[in-house]
Design a protein around this ligand. Structure first.
Ligand code: BES
Ligand code: ZN
Length: 883
């Protein structure tokens, strides 16, 4: 079986390429089933490899080689070897030389959506990480940078728009053929994974941007004809991102043109190809009636993310795929900072930390745990993970916290200065930060190389006589697969000490200067920090702004947590206090098999009252109050339990606490609900979106009481909705209840011909907590509008079910596991990347109670004994683990 023969690639085995490519000339004749790609490569031996006389090995997969020439001379069968993965030219000159190939590929048959494929008739490409080799023979690795010139020829009628990277150089008719061509030239050297091509019948939405230095840039968004009216938000977001990168990081755009194309079939969210970003259309198209505030927010963030890659990814790229976090972690950090500036900083931080804890913490605690920079991989596609992305972004954030904003900016400037036009490593990045700041960051490298979430156990002692506080910190980095023993990490710990009136006390380390920013640095396994001149016993607020991606343990009593919930000046920790208070109640109830006392008794009522008080605080933004009112999710509770999890007990506890809160502070909630109703036309701005979010959070609590009048309110919210945000909020809240059929039918009737909206209809049903949710999803798999071939639809139905419906996926009879196994197996045959991603949902199976564990294991075992792609095989076998 091919799957067992794939050897892991190791970081330590990195060797520079034997040959370099200076220029690439590509000539495409687009055809649905037989696209002809002529390529002319200008190569030379790599002086750094000392590889003179070695054969030239080009990557190539699924290509039909039609001709091959070296320096203009056709090569015969004895001169080269061709196998399924590569083309080897046995002998090449010890000086610059040309290799010309002509090959055919079949875009229409490309169901893996990697390489050149078709999406609703449009030709498009996805080359990262290793798709370029499915287009032409090449040294398909990120440290081979070349200058590309691309000619595209296609039928003028069906593909009037022809795009590639860089600047347009020429275009015209091909006389007497009905075909036309376009020529593109990209002056910036780039690796093959940033190559892109688009051909199709697309509508153009044009605009312009003037850079800080006064250069005029043409901006275009290309979409399916008829969707032009849904591009305004994406275009405005792009301009805001371009300006922001100039102001915050001094980075300007560097071509005459920037193009974005939206396609319906895309494995990921979007891709940063130089000058030609290709997007999943759900991250471009938005109109108030079709897109929710969450969609608007995602569009703004992802447009910015891909744009920011122009510097962090394109101008400075990665030496090899082990360095993926170098571009992804850094670019996620940049897009987080952008969104924080466009909207609310604290709310953005809450959302990001919630995502980190939901997606990355379980990964770090499970069988797929790996360092932010992995040391080995079998299939690189499996390493676009929450750890590389989200934890990778946290590492950049910690550097900024340690160096300060200006220090971080200086470090980044030095990084660009040193590595512009190069393929860099994590070491290069950290060295730029160290050299520009004069700090020793060698211990910091552990964050890139050690997997696992550090656990910080803290305790506080107050001595009234000496007026001193002693903070003891103990860190443990848990073992992860392949890394049994760990070194202590450097942890920036932001903190505050609250006095009895709730204000922050001045912080001063004994024998030291005042701590202006409240930042201490933990570097050892066990450390004690002594604070002087503390007038009274304080309440500690630790890990403010979530200053490091760690688990914090500190035992505070309910009074102290409530105190923080009411007074903490750090908005993140204030929110965190409310979450902790609720989590303690929920875990107590769930451990007890779903007992009522913790979630209905005295402490639950206290929580309700504290939530009501905060929700009414007019000085806080509506968006922040909305987050405050959201209870910890079922997965938050499961993660906190850590083992022997019974998802039904967790759900029961969750519903009971929600009902307690809804009943207890109903009057307050209703008042806020009524007074924050919007008037006037829809606007996606942060403030209006915050109000809608607040009303949505309140509606969830009210409907959660189960009272008929509140369910009626939910129905009214749906019927009176004048935008997608309100409609989908009501629809998902009602989807758990008997009234769901009526609203779902109405929604379907209205939106059945709008694919992106119909995805929401599938997703809402997949997430609904119902005893028969497995059967519902099963039935929807056969729905006329469902297709396994469209990634958005698969994610909407199967992805939402396995990641967003814990009681359904983990149903006690194992039917949820079987559903995932059987659909992933089908998908794996034509789109391995997609299948492997879905199978990630098994990652926490060992934290379940024994019966569910056994059922999950049996589904995994069955998968492991099936014919799987290397992608899925790697995930399944690693998830199963050693025993
Ligand atoms: N470079 C990636 C897209 C990508 C990832 C292509 C994996 C091929 C394989 C892009 O910059 C990216 O990170 N996209 C994210 C969205 C982003 C906002 C985190 C995505 O597609 O999910
Ligand atoms: Zn990215």
């Amino acid at each position: 079986m091919n799957q067992t023969t794939r050897q892991p690639k190791l970081l330590k085995d990195y060797a520079p390429p034997n040959y370099l490519v200076d220029t690439v000339d590509l000539d495409f004749a687009l055809d649905p089933n037989a696209t002809r790609v002529k390529s002319k490569l200008r190569l030379r031996p790599n002086p750094k490899a000392g590889a003179a006389g070695r054969p030239l090995v080009l990557d190539g997969e699924g290509l039909v080689l039609q001709s091959l020439a070296l320096d203009g001379k056709p090569l015969g069968l004895d001169d080269y070897r061709l196998d399924e993965k590569s083309l080897t030219i046995l002998s090449v000159p010890d000086r610059p030389f040309n290799v010309e190939t002509v090959a055919l590929c079949n875009p229409e048959a490309n169901t893996a959506l990697s390489g050149l494929y078709r999406s609703r008739g449009t030709y498009c490409t996805q080359c990262e990480p290793e798709g370029f080799r499915r287009i032409t023979f090449f040294l398909d690795r990120p440290d081979v940078l070349a200058i590309y010139t691309v000619r595209i020829e296609a039928d003028a009628e069906t593909a009037p728009v022809l795009l590639s990277n860089g600047n347009p150089a020429a275009a015209g008719k091909v006389p007497g053929t009905g075909r036309h061509f376009a020529l593109w030239h990209d002056p910036h050297p780039k690796p093959s994974y940033l190559f892109a091509l688009v051909g199709g019948n697309l509508a153009q939405v044009p605009s312009r941007f003037t850079t800080a230095s006064g250069r005029d840039v043409a901006l275009n968004i290309y979409v399916e004809p008829g969707k032009e009216d849904r591009c305004g938000w994406a275009m405005e977001s792009l301009k805001r991102a371009m300006r922001w990168d100039e102001v915050r990081f001094g980075r300007e755009y560097d071509l005459e043109m920037f193009n974005i194309v939206a396609v319906s079939d895309f494995n990921m969210g979007a891709m940063e190809n130089k000058g030609l970003n290709i997007f999943n259309d759900k991250l471009v198209l938005a109109r108030p009636d079709t897109a929710s505030d969450a969609d608007y927010g995602a569009i703004e963030g992802v447009i910015a993310h891909e744009y920011f890659h122009n510097w962090t990814g394109d101008r400075v790229t990665c030496r090899d795929w082990f360095q993926l976090c170098l571009k992804e972690g850094l670019t996620v950090f940049r897009d987080q900072e952008f969104t924080a500036d466009m909207r609310s900083g604290p709310v953005k931080r809450i959302l990001d930390v919630r995502a980190l804890k939901t997606r990355q913490f379980p990964e770090d605690a499970g069988p797929l745990a790996h360092p932010v920079r992995p040391a080995s991989y079998i299939e690189i596609n499996n390493f676009y993970t929450a750890t590389v992305y989200e934890k990778g972004a946290e590492l950049c954030r910690m550097l900024q916290t340690l160096l300060g904003r200006d220090g971080f900016r200086k470090g980044l400037d030095l990084y660009f200065e040193r590595h512009d036009g190069e393929a860099a490593t994590v070491e290069d990045f950290v060295a730029a930060m160290a050299d520009s700041s004069g700090r020793d960051l060698s211990q910091f490298m552990l964050w890139y190389n050690q997997a696992g979430t550090p656990e910080l156990a803290c305790s506080l002692d107050y001595d009234a006589r000496s007026k001193q506080v002693r903070l003891s910190v103990n860190q443990v980095v848990p073992p992860t697969p392949g890394q049994a023993r760990k070194e202590p990490m450097p942890i920036p710990l932001k903190l505050g000490l609250l006095g009895s009136n709730g204000d922050d006390l001045p912080l001063k380390l004994a024998g030291g200067a005042p701590l202006a920013d409240g930042l201490i640095e933990v570097t050892g396994r066990e450390q004690t920090f002594t604070f002087a001149d503390v007038p009274t016993a304080p309440t500690p607020s630790l890990l403010r702004d979530f200053s490091a991606p760690v688990r914090l343990n500190i035992s505070l009593n309910p009074d102290q947590i409530e105190f923080l919930m009411m007074h903490d000046s750090d908005p993140f920790n204030r929110w965190q206090a409310a979450q902790s208070y609720a989590t303690n109640l929920l875990t107590a109830a769930a451990r007890d098999g779903g007992s009522e006392e913790p979630v209905a008794g005295r402490e639950a009522i206290r929580l309700a009252q504290a939530l009501g008080t905060t929700a009414s605080e007019a000085s806080l933004s509506a968006a922040y109050r909305a987050e405050f009112l959201k209870l910890p999710s079922e997965s938050d509770v499961a993660r906190e339990l850590g083992k022997n999890v019974d998802p039904d007990a967790v759900r029961k506890a969750y519903e009971a606490l929600r009902a307690t809160i809804g009943r207890k502070i109903k009057a307050t909630l209703v008042e806020i609900y009524d007074s924050s109703a919007a008037s006037g036309a829809f606007s996606p701005d942060a403030e209006s979106a915050g109000k809608r979010a607040l009303r949505g959070a309140i509606l969830d609590l009210l409907v959660g009481t189960g009272e008929a009048a509140e369910i009626a309110r939910g129905l009214r919210h749906y019927r009176e909705a004048s935008n997608m945000t309100d409609a989908i909020a009501a629809l998902s809240i009602l989807s758990h209840l008997h009234v769901r059929d009526e609203v779902l039918a109405d929604f379907y009737a209205r939106w059945q011909d709008e694919p992106l909206v119909l995805d929401k209809w599938f997703a809402v049903q997949a997430r609904a907590t119902r005893p028969d949710s497995v059967e519902t999803v099963q039935a929807l798999l056969s729905h006329a509008k469902f297709s396994l071939k469209n990634p958005n639809r698969v994610r909407a139905l199967i992805g939402s079910f396995v990641n967003g419906n814990p009681t359904g996926f983990n149903r006690a009879d194992g039917a949820g596991y079987e559903l995932l196994a059987s659909s992933a197996l089908q998908i794996d045959r034509f789109n391995p990347h997609m299948a492997a991603r879905l199978l990630g949902a098994f990652e926490s199976w060992r934290t379940l109670e024994p019966r569910r564990q056994a059922l999950a294991k049996s589904s995994l075992r069955q998968l492991a004994s099936s014919q799987l792609s290397t992608d899925s095989y790697e995930i399944v076998t690693k998830t199963l683990g050693a025993d």
